[in-house]
Design a protein around this ligand. Structure first.
Ligand code: BTN
Length: 254
């Protein structure tokens, strides 16, 4: 967009009609020297990835994009980038009039408890240092819920269905890139507490009873006390012990 109000995010934008996955394209570009702040956008994706190895449905009408970042940070900061991106989406939705979106840990954006946006952060590392981070964002914008497989419909929604009218996709992208730049600057300046505070304010997960699914371990139930400084979820188990969940999924029970 011509009137994009950013310093470096989206100064280079690669636009496609159709790709397998904008994250894959962004990785490829990044490995070929395309630098900090470049953005890949596609109208649809044929093989998009979600978290935990799941597919991500990406028909026409959604916003599917990936941002290349080259932050000079340690691996342990990646979860915070994801949380920060969730806050950027939240702020973007507020700017188009959606005031009641919430963030489900780690990075699902929900409206009325139903998912409208997902975020997939992937890192390119070399000798254990981060070369770049690819932040993929998928927003179910102008899509009717009927275009999704039946088994997904119960737990998701689209902006179009929530607002009752079409949203301007270009405006949505412009606002998101601006919000993302704002929060990425906080991230680069190590203002992690500011980001976490914003995240907590809009959290859907804190105070809920959840079933925690961590990679390679048995699911367990617990009460969500909050998130800690590294972006992990702090869960009190039934036996009173505290668990820090750095990656995984949680199912909200009540
Ligand atoms: C999730 O499972 O919630 C994460 C979904 C991430 C989807 C986005 S769409 C743009 C980018 N390209 C991909 O292949 N995935 C991400």
């Amino acid at each position: 967009s011509k009137n994009l109000n950013t310093k470096y995010i989206g100064k280079d934008i690669y636009i496609f009609n159709e790709v397998m996955s904008t994250n894959t394209i962004a990785k490829f570009l990044s490995m070929n020297g395309v630098g900090n702040g470049a953005v890949v956008i596609s109208e649809k994706q044929t093989k998009a990835r979600g978290r935990s190895g799941k597919n991500w449905e990406s028909p026409l009408g959604g916003v599917w994009l990936s941002i290349i970042l080259n932050p000079n940070v340690n691996h342990s900061k990646i979860p915070l980038i994801t949380l920060a991106t969730g806050v950027a989406v939240e702020n973007t939705l507020k700017r188009i009039g959606v005031k009641n979106a919430e963030i489900k840990w780690p990075n699902d954006i929900l409206i009325h408890g139903k998912k409208v946006c997902g975020i997939l952060t992937e890192a390119i590392t070399s000798f254990n240092t981060i070369e770049s981070v690819i932040i993929g964002v998928g927003i179910d914008a102008n899509i009717s819920i009927e275009n999704f497989p039946e088994e997904l419909r119960e737990n998701m929604t689209t902006l179009n269905d929530e607002i009752g009218e079409k949203v301007d996709e270009n405006l949505l992208i412009k606002l998101f890139l601006e919000e993302f730049e704002k929060i990425s600057e906080q991230f680069i300046n190590e203002e992690y507490e500011t980001i976490l505070k914003e995240w907590r304010k809009n959290s859907y997960t804190i105070g809920k009873i959840v079933e925690v699914h961590e990679p390679f371990s048995k699911p367990y139930d617990g009460y969500v006390l909050g998130i800690s400084r590294d972006g992990s979820l702090v869960v009190e188990k039934i036996d009173g012990t505290l668990e820090k969940v750095i990656s995984g999924e949680c199912i909200i029970k009540k």
